[in-house]
Design a protein around this ligand. Structure first.
Ligand SMILES: *[C@@H]1O[C@H](CO)[C@@H](O)[C@H](O)[C@H]1NC(C)=O
Ligand SMILES: *[C@@H]1O[C@H](CO)[C@@H](O)[C@H](O)[C@H]1NC(C)=O
Ligand SMILES: *[C@@H]1O[C@H](CO)[C@@H](O)[C@H](O)[C@H]1NC(C)=O
Ligand SMILES: *[C@@H]1O[C@H](CO)[C@@H](O)[C@H](O)[C@H]1NC(C)=O
Ligand SMILES: *[C@@H]1O[C@H](CO)[C@@H](O)[C@H](O)[C@H]1NC(C)=O
Length: 570
């Protein structure tokens, strides 16, 4: 806690005494006690120094307190500002780390307006916006968590309700079959009971006759005996016949009660494997948050990259395998992960080749049987390849090594460029903007280019036979046209993150950089730098790495030259 810290007067402390400080001198960067402060105020040198109470000093954020007005390395006051490195410097720094930096300005000029500048308000607003956005998202996420709780409850209810329906249904089926069992068995039982009654009656009758028979022998006359025996004979034979009939007629057949389980019910165990599935159903994040200022960032100190500052330094060249030394490079590109792409084409076939970050050949991505002219990175693992006379542009998945979409156009496809949202496909007659979200096409009649590039919604193109470079709006309207003696047969075109336009001038082996307004230019590479037969170029705006296709000779023997690509840091 700031209030617990007791600051000691730095000057008294140097003298070996410890006095409580009350003031902080911003310029001397020392604590002062009441006495020392008086002297400090009177002294001619320090009279004008700005001071603040120690309390206010401790109210500064920690990281700001740690920012000193003195250079750590040289212990000298910061007096200058280097625009190249965007940092303050002391007089010693100039001869040390900033020897080559040309844009040194007096620090006081830079600092003069810091507190009153519009940036303060903008940054304050940015902080506020970012905080509000974070809070919005946190709120949103909290309500999503609640929503998922209630989704869980709802699903569980659905499961239980289904379970109950199944129970009810099975209970009903069970009752039906038990009722059926009951009724069938009672039918059977009643039939057998009836038969039993008949049999008992018959047995009684015979039993009675049997009793009477012995009496008949004792007491009857002979005539009575004669008629009586005939009567008995008749009854016995009737009873025998009745038994015979019963035996053969079926009433005595044995009837069993049997049960067969319905096959559907039986297959429940086999067919029903689960109650259902629980899955995630994604939908895109739709919460509206405040847009940052992104492209129009207000920097405290404008860091203008001037044409003079562009000095590419060679990093490496791609190592071309022996069996591919006849390749003919149409286009080259840098992928976001730093790997390199080469479009190798001659009139019989063409291939998209992948090279690792350190310039070693990795693999052939895809092969085309028709002439290709250009390639560019689109997004994720997708790159586009312009198939010239087929009036088609192919989208290739670089990871899966396959073409996954072909886009038909109404003109030849000489060049293709993309910002991840759209493709711009150019020809020497007209160009087309393809919106990658809905695949709609917009034809730009006036936009002609043999090589095309995109930067902040403007389209840049080279027209080789007119030795011209044009900048167009996305509506097709021309913003500026650049021509100069230094350009001979312009080919590849690309832009760096500051909007400088890099142009390959094919016939005089130069690489030119044109200012964003198309008014100035500078040659940054030429034959003297060992480049030859230039054609294609690409820049990674994130890393400032540039790749340029060029011919290289083996042991300066021109007859043994082959094509490769040089990689530079700009
Ligand atoms: C989430 O639910 C808890 C308790 O059920 C409640 O206190 C909280 O306000 C809810 N949050 C939102 C963002 O709905
Ligand atoms: C074109 O490619 C084929 C097959 O790779 C090769 O045989 C031929 O020499 C190449 N042509 C040129 C002009 O490089
Ligand atoms: C491609 O990248 C974007 C973000 O850059 C992401 O939203 C999208 O899901 C990715 N698509 C695929 C197929 O990976
Ligand atoms: C593109 O054109 C080719 C003929 O060049 C045709 O076979 C194919 O069906 C077309 N594709 C679409 C999506 O129109
Ligand atoms: C390609 O488009 C051009 C017009 O730019 C047309 O003349 C040509 O016939 C088309 N080719 C194919 C294969 O559709």
């Amino acid at each position: 806690m700031a209030s617990l810290v007791i600051d000691c007067c730095t000057l008294c402390n140097d003298d070996g005494t410890s006095t409580e400080a009350v003031t902080w001198c911003i310029e001397c960067e020392v604590f002062l006690c009441t006495d020392c402060e008086k002297h400090h105020k009177k002294s001619r040198i320090s009279k004008a120094h700005k001071t603040m109470s120690t309390k206010d000093y401790h109210n500064l954020p920690k990281f700001m307190k740690e920012i000193r007005g003195q250079c750590r390395d040289h212990k000298k006051k910061y007096e200058l500002y280097c625009s190249v490195h965007a940092c303050p410097c002391c007089v010693m720094c100039i001869t040390d780390k900033h020897k080559k930096c040309q844009e040194m300005k007096p620090l006081s000029d830079i600092l003069k307006q810091v507190k009153s500048s519009a940036s303060v308000q903008l940054f304050e607003k940015d902080l506020k916006d970012v905080k509000e956005n974070l809070e919005e998202i946190i709120k949103h996420l909290n309500s999503r968590i609640n929503a998922s709780d209630s989704q869980k409850t709802k699903v569980a209810e659905e499961i239980r309700s289904m379970r109950k329906s199944i129970d009810d249904f099975l209970n009903k089926l069970e009752k039906e079959i038990l009722d059926d069992l009951e009724s069938k068995q009672s039918q059977l039982k009643s039939k057998m009971n009836t038969l039993l009654q008949q049999l008992k009656a018959e047995a009684n009758h015979i039993n009675q006759l049997q009793n009477e028979f012995s009496k008949m022998i004792q007491y009857a006359t002979e005539l009575q005996m004669y008629i009586g025996l005939r009567e008995i004979e008749k009854t016995t034979s009737q009873a025998e016949k009745y038994i015979e009939d019963l035996k053969s007629g079926g009433p005595l057949d044995e009837v069993y009660l049997e049960f067969t389980l319905s096959s559907e019910l039986n297959s429940i165990f086999k067919d029903v494997k689960s109650f259902g599935d629980i899955n995630f159903n994604n939908s895109p994040f739709t919460l509206q948050v405040k847009e940052g200022r992104k492209g129009q960032a207000q920097h405290l100190v404008p860091t203008i990259t001037t044409l003079e500052q562009i000095k590419p330094s060679m990093v490496r060249h791609l190592t071309i395998p022996e069996d591919r030394k006849r390749l003919c490079i149409d286009a080259c590109g840098i992928l976001p992960d730093g790997k390199y792409l080469i479009l190798d084409s001659n009139y019989s076939k063409s291939c998209l080749l992948l090279f690792s970050n350190d310039g070693m050949f990795m693999r052939e991505v895809v092969e085309f049987t028709e002439p290709t002219w250009d390639t560019c990175f689109v997004r994720n693992n997708t790159v586009a390849v312009a198939l010239e006379i087929k009036n088609q542009t192919a989208l290739v998945d670089v990871e899966k090594n396959k073409i996954f979409k072909s886009i038909n156009l109404s003109h030849k496809c000489l060049s293709v460029t993309s910002d991840g949202q759209i493709l711009v496909i150019s020809s020497l007659e007209k160009s087309t903007i393809v919106n990658l979200n809905d695949m709609s096409h917009k034809i730009l009649e006036g936009v002609k280019a043999n090589s095309v590039a995109l930067f902040k919604e403007n389209i840049y193109g080279t027209i080789f036979w007119e030795n011209k470079v044009c900048c167009y709006k996305s509506t097709g309207e021309t913003l500026w046209t650049f021509m100069c003696d230094g350009i001979d047969y312009p080919q590849g075109i690309t832009l760096d993150k500051t909007g400088l336009v890099y142009i390959v001038s094919g016939l005089n082996d130069c690489l030119l950089v044109v200012s964003p307004d198309g008014k100035n230019y500078k040659t940054i590479l030429s034959e003297a730098d060992g480049i030859k037969c230039l054609r294609a170029i690409d820049i990674s705006r994130e890393t400032g790495i540039m790749i340029v296709s060029s011919e290289t000779s083996i042991d300066s023997d021109d007859s043994k030259s082959y094509q490769t690509a040089f990689v530079y840091k700009i």
